[in-house]
Each structure stands twice: as C-alpha cells, then as structure tokens.
Design a protein around this ligand. Structure first.
Ligand code: GLN
Length: 544
C-alpha cells in the first residue's frame, strides 16, 4: 500500500519515520499515536508489506502484537528483508515472538495465559555488551516496573546472540536484546496506559536507539501540507468540498483556503435538522472569521418534505437524508463548476475535498488475518460520480488530537476545535418517530438549553458528546395549576476516549434539576425531562 504515486511530498519523506508493522493487535495504532505524541512521526502498515515496494527507508521498525501464534502454519510473518534494512527493530509481544522465531524457531504455547498487570525486573549489562546498547531500551527507567501483559505463548530459550534485558516471575524472557545489532523484543505492551512508563521505553527506542528527529509538530506539518496541496492541485486547479461546522471539515477547509485561496469552494447544506442557529453561525465563522469561500444552500424544505410521514424505521431517515444530501451537493457542485469555469482563467473543478483521518486509513489497511481480505476505505459520501472528481485528503495522516492541534495552529476558534461530534443526519435521529418542523423546534430548543448549561458549568470539555433527544410519547404534568399532556425530553451525555465504548456522565443532582426546570419552563410542548443512564455497550451513543 502506497499513496506516493499521486503524492508529491508524503510526510515519511520529510520526517524521520518509525514504521509500525501491524500483526492485527487491537493496540497497534496506539504505538503510532504514542510516537507522534513524542513528536516522532510514525506510520502503520500491514505486516504483509513487502519492503521492496516501500519506496522509503524508515529510521526504525516496530513489529506489533497480534492474535496469532508464530508456530501456526498460516501465521503471518514479516518480510525477512526487514532484517537487512540495517535499522533498529523492536518487537512487541507477537513481535518479540516473531523476532525469536526468525532467529531460532523457539516459541511454544505456555501453560497458562498471562493477562493483566505484571512486575518487571530490568537486567542491566553495563558496557560489557556491545558498548552498552542493550541497556538503552530501559534507560531512565527504574529496575522494577509495572507493565501490561496479554499473551499465551512464550520463548523456550533465547535465540543465539541475544541477552535477557528484563524478566517477570512468569516470563523469564520478558525483554531481550541482540548483542551486536539493535534488535529488541519485549513481551509486554508499552503502548497502553496500563504500562505507566511505557512511553519512556518507546522514546528510548525511537529517539535514542533509532535517533529519529523529534520534529513532528503541527506547526511544521502545516507548511509542508500547504505546499503539498499546491503541488497536487497545480496553479489553476479548483477544489470543492462539503463543510458541516464540525472540526474535521473546518480544519480541512481552512487548510485548503491557506493553500489555494478562493479556488477552494466550500459548500454547507442546511438540511433543516442542524442544531439551533447552526447554519448561520457556521457561515459567520467560516466566511467572516476564516475567510473561506463558502456557498450555503438552504435545502430545509426538501429534506423535511421527504422526512414527512417516516415513522417506522430510523434507517430510512438516514437514507433519505444521505441521498438528498448527495443530490443537493451534486447540483451545487455542477453550478459552482460552471460558474468557476466561466468567470475566471481558472481550470475546471477536478478535486473533491474529504476530511478522512488516519484512523479511517488504519481501519482500511489494518491486518485482519491471513484469510481476511483487506477492505477498501469508503468514506466518499457526496462524491458526484459523473463529475469524475479526484479525492484530496489533507488530514489522512492525522489522528483526531492532531487535527485539533492543527486547528488551533490555523487560528480556528477554540470552541469550534473542541466541538462535540454531530451526526450527519443531525437531530433527525434524535427525534424518535416522525420529524416535523414542530418536533425539530422542540428538540432544538431543549438541546440548546442543555448545551448552554453544560458550558456554563464548565463541563463541556469533560463530556465527549451531549444532546437532548425528543421522545414522542405523552406524559401528564401540572403546569400553572393546569393539567398538561406533553412530550418527554431525554438528555444524553457520555464520556469516552474512542467512541467505541462510553459511559454516561455522572452529573450532580443540582445540575440536572436546573436543566430540567429550564427545559420544562422554556420549551413549549415538553412537560418531563429524563436522563439516559445507559452505557455503550449495550446502548449506542445516538438514540437511533
Ligand atoms: N498470540 C501471541 C501470544 O498469545 C501474541 C499475543 C500478543 O501479541 N498480544 O503470546
């Protein structure tokens, strides 16, 4: 897998790069992330990568963990050319076993699996072994260290020319190093936070052993990315892209604006189910604030017209909104393309901007096993096929936290950079049941109050996602001595690091009381407020 053909300056050509070869561990991407946090650029590729096809030389290679056993007939193995690259190699868990297997076929199933915390004893060798390089992996670390283990296999003995550099009571070869070459293996996982000092070990490997420069910063990335976009698009090229007001599309749009000015055409489709005042606010921030060439299309009526009467299947709502969006984006793109073509010497619109992030790329290339086919990445909503647009993805090397940092760097307002995610189908999937203009009003007003109170209480950044949903059932209440029969608002707020699992946020009672009182008093049509205390799993973050 390489994108270099169409890519004039990929980061691995500018930045010293540690290559992570992925054997399918659930933690592989964390290795890359930790290195980037250390300002060392790192990329992940599947373990099946042929090094002859790579086209660049990494400063070092890390072999990840994986669910296989190296002695299985169909176990994945690294291209042996990795041992000819003449760069340092670190094997983590399966990676350690893979190195051991390469040098000595000496791995077998252990009597018991080891999963969880373990206490590691570091063994130092002084200058006696190859000028002390074997000690470098555990430099600046205590002799006793808490680590996280997750394995069942073990080494029967050390391969030739290796020495033990760490042990646990259960794993006599918890760390090993080659006597003359810079090859290291560790049985534990330094990339997870359960290994509290794991980052020091990764730094020892990347910075001291591989001697990678620590210059991966968003300040440096931005200059090179602008240059890359300019070269890719050329002096006349035009780019179009949808923006939503979310952090990814705003950062991508601002980068395009910096690179090619008004030859980037941003489109915001108001689908009638955005948050309260959102279309207006996004327009202000993007145009007056960030100087982006933006067209806003108010298509609320078309969307709401098609959503009318849809009560049964939430998937149907998603489809209607998705398809209508594509339709409108295509119409707009064609119009803008025709205008751009007529009114300037500029070329035709050839490019479509996509806010793809590195986790999407990783997901599409991560190693799923010897038999699994690798699925191609599919995030091309709104791509007008008959316009034959090429994709430009300026964020495809970045993790979310890097996108945020880049956003700050580009002068995007802080509250936008830290905005909670908002689904494409908007509040349509937060209105359970039929979406009507009246239901949209109620859901919007309640959501606005909830978020306003969260911000006022200083909790917005502690919460990963929060919203109000409208439950279309009627409950009885008494308001102003009058019996009312109105609908129910459900508040949802979750904390999560990866959105794969999530916990509901433990607000205190006084906060909930205040929000509830305001919603019932201020939002016409609501007489009850409930708080959703379902974790994910089994719940999802959104309600439909
Ligand atoms: N499957 C191997 C074992 O059980 C490696 C596990 C891992 O890499 N986490 O030992």
């Amino acid at each position: 897998m390489t994108t270099d053909a169409s890519d004039p300056i990929p980061p691995h050509k500018t930045f010293d790069t540690i290559l992570v070869l992925d054997f399918g561990s659930q933690y592989s991407h964390l290795i890359t992330r930790r290195l980037r946090e250390l300002n060392v650029y790192s990329e992940m590729l599947p373990c099946t990568q042929k090094l002859a096809d790579l086209g660049w030389t990494p400063k070092g290679v890390i072999l990840s963990g994986g669910p296989y056993s190296v002695y299985w007939n169909d176990a994945p193995h690294v291209d042996p050319a990795v041992f000819e690259l003449n760069v340092p190699i670190l094997g983590i868990c399966y990676g350690l076993q893979e190195i051991a297997w390469h040098f000595g076929k000496n791995v077998l199933a252990g009597e018991k699996r080891e999963y969880g915390h373990a206490y590691l004893k570091v063994e130092r060798h002084g200058d006696s072994e190859a000028g002390g390089h074997v000690d470098k992996l555990f430099a600046d670390l205590e002799d006793d260290m808490e680590v996280w283990m997750s394995h069942g296999d073990k080494l029967s003995h050390l391969p030739e020319d290796f020495v033990t550099v760490a042990t646990t009571s259960n794993a006599p070869f918890a760390g090993m190093a080659h006597k003359s070459k810079k090859y290291y293996g560790i049985q534990f996982h330094p990339e997870v936070t359960h290994t509290p000092k794991g980052k020091v070990l990764l730094k020892n490997f990347a910075v001291d052993i591989c001697e990678a420069r620590t210059d991966w910063t968003m300040g440096k990335f931005v200059d090179q990315e602008i240059e890359r976009i300019r070269r890719l698009v050329g002096p006349k090229g035009q780019v179009i892209g949808a923006v939503s007001g979310g952090v990814d599309s705003t950062v991508a749009a601002k980068l395009m604006k910096e690179a090619i000015g008004d030859r980037f055409h941003a489109v915001l489709v108001d689908n009638g189910v955005l948050r309260m005042n959102e279309a207006k606010q996004v327009k202000e921030t993007l145009t007056a604030g960030l100087g982006i060439n933006l067209t806003v299309i108010d298509a609320s009526e078309r969307f709401l017209g098609r959503l009318k009467g849809v009560t049964d299947d939430p998937e149907k709502k998603r489809k209607i909104i998705g398809n209508t969006f594509i339709e409108i984006f295509q119409e707009t793109a064609k119009k803008i393309a025709a205008e751009a073509h007529e009114s300037s010497e500029a070329g035709e619109i050839e490019w479509l901007l996509q806010g793809t992030l590195y986790p999407d790329v990783i997901e599409s290339i991560s190693f799923k096993g010897p038999s699994a086919t690798i699925k191609t990445h599919h995030n091309v909503g709104g791509l007008p096929k008959d316009m034959n647009l090429k994709l430009i993805e300026p964020l495809r090397e970045l993790f979310k936290d890097e996108v945020r940092e880049l956003g700050m760097n580009l002068g995007i307002p802080e509250d936008l950079v830290w905005r909670h995610p908002f689904p494409g189908p908007g509040i349509a999937i937060r209105i359970l049941g039929e979406v009507t203009p009246e239901q949209v009003r109620i859901a919007r007003e309640a959501d606005y109050i909830f978020i306003e109170e969260i911000k006022a209480a200083g909790l917005y950044r502690n919460i990963s996602q929060a919203f109000a949903a409208l439950l279309p059932v009627k409950a009885v209440g008494v308001m102003g001595d009058k019996r009312v029969h109105d609908q129910v608002i459900a508040l949802r707020a979750v904390e999560t690091t990866d959105f794969m699992t999530a916990d509901w946020y433990p607000f205190d009672g006084a906060f909930l009381k205040k929000v509830s009182r305001r919603i019932v008093n201020e939002v016409n049509g609501v007489c009850r407020v409930v708080y959703d205390i379902t974790s994910k799993p089994p719940g999802t973050i959104e309600m439909e």
